[in-house]
Ligand binder design. Structure first.
Ligand code: DGP
Length: 114
């Protein structure tokens, strides 16, 4: 997906503050942080969103959570807690149509979310 901003971040064509990278996954700081720690964990492969995941993506989907766990430790928020969010579709406010998991932490969170 040549015009997908997160594909381009994954290929390092667009600069971002990368905190973790491997062959399949990259994690970088959100440009518009909603918490002291706000990191996006994405697959490098283009998947538009949760609705577009297939059974072949099972391992990849699980890896996003494991990478978030690793980054949470790295950022020093694992003990106090953090929130993982995937916005899916219009009602949830998904703005970028490349699957991304938000890792939010460093402050108390409210529930229910807005
Ligand atoms: P969502 O609403 O779940 O689709 O969240 C998209 C997030 O992506 C939003 O919090 C802002 C972030 N974002 C959008 N464009 C860029 C960008 O070019 N760089 C970075 N680092 N974050 C971006």
């Amino acid at each position: 997906m040549e015009d997908c901003i997160f594909c381009r971040i994954g290929k390092r064509e667009i600069e971002s503050m990368v905190v973790y990278e491997d062959r399949e996954v990259i994690a970088f700081r959100d440009i518009n942080p909603q918490a002291p720690v706000h990191i996006l964990v994405i697959p490098k492969k283009h998947v538009a969103g949760v609705n577009d995941l297939g059974t072949e993506d099972q391992t990849l989907a699980g890896r996003l959570i494991l990478v978030a766990q690793k980054v949470a430790r790295q950022e020093g928020i694992a003990r106090n807690g953090y929130r993982l969010v995937i916005n899916s579709g219009e009602d949830a406010g998904q703005a970028v149509h490349h699957l991304h998991l938000h890792l939010l932490g460093g402050r108390k969170m409210k529930w229910p979310p807005g």
